[in-house]
Design a protein around this ligand. Sequence first.
Ligand SMILES: [Zn+2]
Length: 166
Amino acid sequence: MVVMNCSAIDTSLGNANSESVSNDDPITRCTECKGKATPVSRKTVLLMLKSHLLEQAMPGSYSFCAASDCDVVYFEKQGGHSFATDDLRIRVGVKVKIDPIPVCYCFGFDESHIREEISTLGETTVPAKISKLIREGLCACDTRNPAGVCCLGEINRTVKRLSTNR
Ligand SMILES: [Zn+2]
């Protein structure tokens, strides 16, 4: 069970790829792409799945694969069951390359909002707007974000990528 309080989150979540390898703490790897996966609650999985698949999400330990080129979104470690992008009723931002690419699931910001601001203004107000709402405790990332965590880390990565690719 992963419960992340957005306001307590380090906003520089840019170290998602730096693996602190330890034999005591084996990394969960995606059953499809073998990339590093993060734990996600079954509740989050159920909130994202298409209704005809709900019964397939049996109790278990679920993980989220954030690899952009992997079709698997969720998988269950023991049972080996997995759910792909088409099994979800929402678009997973890190898995899609065509607009709309969601970056904030609570307040509806897409990558295009950030892209347009950066191209016209040279900077973007989106992270500040979202940070303010998070500070006021108004976000719902744990139930709206398919990764089950605060979206700010992904948003900051997106801003950085779009700023350097101008
Ligand atoms: Zn994967």
